[in-house]
Design a protein around this ligand. Structure first.
Ligand SMILES: [Zn+2]
Ligand SMILES: [Zn+2]
Length: 110
């Protein structure tokens, strides 16, 4: 069994540990440990927690692919819309295929 009193700080071999970090389980001296949310925690774990606290802001960025997918959908819709407009702009004879028949009959009659 290792007791707290026999432990040394992870960063300072000569210093006696005064607390154990609940996050990483290492022992630290008064200088290396800080209080965070009413509990003692080591500096490196505090950094990790601070980093994790930034996560909600990053979650906004995780929406980016969704937005990109949405814009891709918009682009696809725009392309289909333009194609539709072009098709509508074409004469009805093109859709019926009569446009070509007229050309044939015109050459045959002459
Ligand atoms: Zn720690
Ligand atoms: Zn220390």
């Amino acid at each position: 069994m290792t007791t707290l009193a026999s432990q040394r700080c992870l960063h300072h071999d000569t210093r006696e540990a005064i607390a154990r970090c609940p996050e990483c389980g290492h022992f630290f001296c008064r200088e290396c440990i800080t209080e965070h949310d009413e509990r003692v925690i080591c500096a490196s774990c505090l950094k990790k927690i601070a980093h994790a606290a930034e996560q909600p802001a990053r979650r906004l960025w995780s929406l980016w692919p969704v937005l990109q997918g949405g814009s891709g959908l918009m682009l696809a819709w725009l392309i289909f819309y333009v194609i539709g407009r072009i098709l509508l702009a074409l004469p009805d004879s093109f859709h019926d295929g009569t446009m070509w028949q007229i050309d044939f009959s015109a050459t045959q009659d002459e």
